[in-house]
Each structure stands twice: as C-alpha cells, then as structure tokens.
Design a binder for this molecule. Structure first.
Ligand SMILES: Cc1cc2nc3c(=O)[nH]c(=O)nc-3n(C[C@H](O)[C@H](O)[C@H](O)COP(=O)(O)OP(=O)(O)OC[C@H]3O[C@@H](n4cnc5c(N)ncnc54)[C@H](O)[C@@H]3O)c2cc1C
Length: 363
C-alpha cells in the first residue's frame, strides 16, 4: 500500500495550497520540491488578485471563484498559523489610454468596473494619470503578499505533519503494474495520486503523459518610499503594488527567452521611470531590490488543470500570470475530486483539460 494517498510535485503556491487542502480532506499528502520550497514563480510574483481584469471567459470565471474564496481562506490560514499573509482588500485602479476596456469587463456591482471622472487625488493621493487617460476603480481586485502567504502555508503544512521534501527533484512519474509512483534520487515512491504542480518546469519531468509548459520570464523591482499607495495601480507598461513597511513593487516584463536568469539594471531603471511617471513621488524612492521569475505558460496561455488519461496522474499547473490568484480554487477543485473520487464543480474546466493538445505518450 502506498505510504502517501497523494504526491504533490512542486512546493509553489499551487502545490502548497493543494497539499494543505488534501490534508484538510483527510488524505495523506507529501510534497516534493527540486529546490527550496516556495522560491519559484510564487516567490517572484506581484500578488495581484486581478480576477475582474481577466478576459477569457472560463479563466475569468475560475479567477472570480478563487477571488471569492480568498477572504475566508486567508482568515482560516491566519487563525491556524498566527501569521499574517498580507491580504489587502482595497481594490485596484486601472488606467487605460486611448482604448477603453472591452465592454464585457465593465460590469456594475460587486467587483465591477467603475469609471472615475475628474480628479482622482482624493482616492489615490499622488497619482498623476496622463492627459487623455481614463481611470477605473475595480473594487473586487485585491492583493496578497505572496511571500507571506508562502510562509503561512509552510507553517500550516508543518503543523499538520505533511511531509515536505525540499531539494529532492522528481525525475520521473511512472505508471506500472503496481500502480502510480514517482522516482526521486533513483528511488520509486508509490502514491494513489500524483499531481504535477511543477510550474514552468512541469514538462521537464519524464511522465507517461507529456505536456509543453514554457517559462515566460518576468522582472520586477521593489522600491522603498515614504509615499504610501492605497490601491494596486495597473497602467499600460507598469503596475504598482503596495506592501507593508514602505515597500512598493513595480512590474513587470514579459519575456519569451527560456530560463534566462539575468537581472537587468536597465530594465529595473525603466520600471522605476514608468512608476515615477504615474506617481511622481516615486522618483525619489530607493531601489531596494530587483528579481526575476518564470511564469508557467501552456501553448494557449491557459492553465492545465484536471486528470490526465493516466489513472491517478493529474496536472495543476500553467497558471501563467494568475497562479497566485488561482491557487485556492485549484487546490479546492483538485483536493475535493481526490477525496470524493470524481470531479465536481460548476465551473467550466473544459478549456483547461490536460489532453487538449497532447497525445497520450505511453501505454
Ligand atoms: C514577475 C511575475 C509577476 C507575477 N505576478 C502575478 C500576480 O500579480 N498575480 C498572480 O496571480 N500571478 C502572478 N504571477 C504568476 C504566478 O506567480 C504563477 O502563476 C504562480 O506562482 C505559479 O505557481 P506554481 O506553484 O504553479 O509554480 P512555482 O511557484 O514556480 O512552483 C513550482 C515549483 O516546482 C518545483 N519543481 C520544478 N521541477 C521540479 C521537479 N522535477 N521535482 C520537484 N519539484 C520541482 C520548483 O522548484 C518550484 O518550487 C507572476 C509571475 C511573475 C514571474
């Protein structure tokens, strides 16, 4: 009998959130990460929970479902661990230039778009939109301190006794006559379910069902400033995300250059310039740090979420620009399917089916 009901490959936010939900459902989960836990895209991201800015209908529905889970999910996690995950339900401001957002986005009501006319300085002091710019308030789009969230999830897994094997790369996933298993350091570990949550590295693991997931590099900066932002601000070419303690994140590039670890000073300067054009007080901010991360991207930019044709082998990956947003709903959908033995959700997951581009590669 396998020692684990489920093996989760990858300790990013998706894998960590999933392992916690599996444990909450009474399943024995184990997590493996090739490196230190939570140091992939989930560490690099900005933490915007921008569900109401998504345009693909099924992804938007998934994102909104996840955004709705966030407040309770975070409250329970914080109560359980005593750690603050930096959830800020303060809404976002979106600045558009000539082209307005698509009409389908401009819903009234919860989370909807509200056009702000006239002076916005009472709402967001120091914000200077350009001439002709339009400013919108998106009340349902919040933010989370993703690094604090990782720390809280790790504490939860520790308290729950969920084994976490760091610096242990899964080399392959095997479906043999004796069931499913993963191989790490040449040793086979059996499990009832294996869930590949390896982000941009998903396709590098040898498996009986293969998928293509490519890295999309993003570089970001953190500024230290006495100027405080009240909202996340998203504008063409730059977004700003306030954090505790006088930090403001500005991002991000979107580069198709493979696993290129270079951090560019010129890019960092460019991000600060664009941030200062939007909020002039940020010209005086100190550039505290800059880093890169790899967004996991499937060929159509949509998540790979659901069972593969290999019994027990699931994918929960390729969330591209929205994995921090979508971690809670992904964890909930996958863990409850595993606990109940079948997938039940009112959400349309068809666009995310793992088989949509790849053939079943092995018997
Ligand atoms: C600059 C930037 C800004 C972003 N901003 C946002 C944002 O504002 N909002 C949002 O929702 N999303 C954002 N994202 C996207 C988001 O960060 C990702 O979609 C999300 O973090 C993906 O999570 P993950 O757990 O799938 O992957 P990761 O966090 O990358 O975790 C994958 C893990 O798998 C491990 N792994 C790899 N290979 C193996 C193996 N063979 N065996 C075991 N472990 C393995 C890795 O070491 C890693 O820890 C941003 C991303 C970037 C780069």
């Amino acid at each position: 009998m396998p020692s684990a009901d489920a093996i989760v490959i990858g300790a990013g936010l998706v894998g960590l959130a999933l392992a916690r939900e599996l444990s909450r459902q009474g399943l024995r989960a184990e997590v493996y990460d090739a490196a230190a836990a939570g140091r992939g895209a989930s560490w690099a991201g900005a933490g915007m929970l921008a569900a109401y800015q998504l345009t693909h209908p099924a992804l938007r529905a998934l994102g909104i479902a996840s955004a709705r889970l966030y407040p309770t999910w975070i409250r329970e996690l914080e109560l359980e661990t005593g750690l603050n995950a930096g959830y800020r339900p303060s809404g976002s401001l979106v600045i558009t230039s000539a082209a307005r957002p698509a009409p389908s986005l401009m819903e009234n009501g919860t989370g909807g778009w509200e056009h702000l006319s006239g002076d916005v300085s009472a709402l967001e002091p120091g914000l200077c939109p350009g001439p002709g710019d339009e400013v919108w308030r998106v009340s349902g789009d919040h933010s989370i301190d993703n690094r604090a969230l990782i720390a809280a999830l790790l504490a939860s897994l520790r308290d729950r006794g969920v084994p976490l094997h760091e610096h242990t790369m899964i080399e392959s996933i095997e479906a043999g006559r004796d069931g499913l298993g993963v191989v790490a350091r040449g040793v086979r570990r059996p499990a009832g379910f294996v869930i590949n949550c390896a982000g941009a590295w998903t396709g590098q693991i040898r498996a009986p069902f293969t998928v293509t997931v490519r890295p999309r590099k993003g570089q970001m900066i953190a500024l230290r400033s006495t100027h405080e932002l009240r909202h996340v601000i998203a504008a063409p070419g730059v977004y700003l995300v306030p954090r505790a303690g006088g930090r403001i994140l500005a991002g991000a590039t979107l580069e198709d250059c493979g696993f290129d670890p270079e951090v560019s000073e010129a890019t960092a300067r460019g991000l600060q310039q664009r941030a200062s054009a939007l909020v002039p007080a940020l010209a005086a901010a100190a550039l505290e740090s800059t880093w890169i991360g790899y967004r996991p991207c499937a060929p159509d930019g949509l998540p790979l979420l659901g069972p593969t044709p290999v019994p027990g082998y699931w994918l929960a990956t390729a969330h591209f620009r929205d994995g921090i947003l979508c971690a809670p709903i992904t964890a909930k959908i996958v863990s409850s399917a595993m606990a109940k033995g079948h997938l039940t959700t009112a959400l349309d997951l068809a666009p995310f089916r793992p088989e949509r581009f790849t053939a079943f590669t092995a018997a």
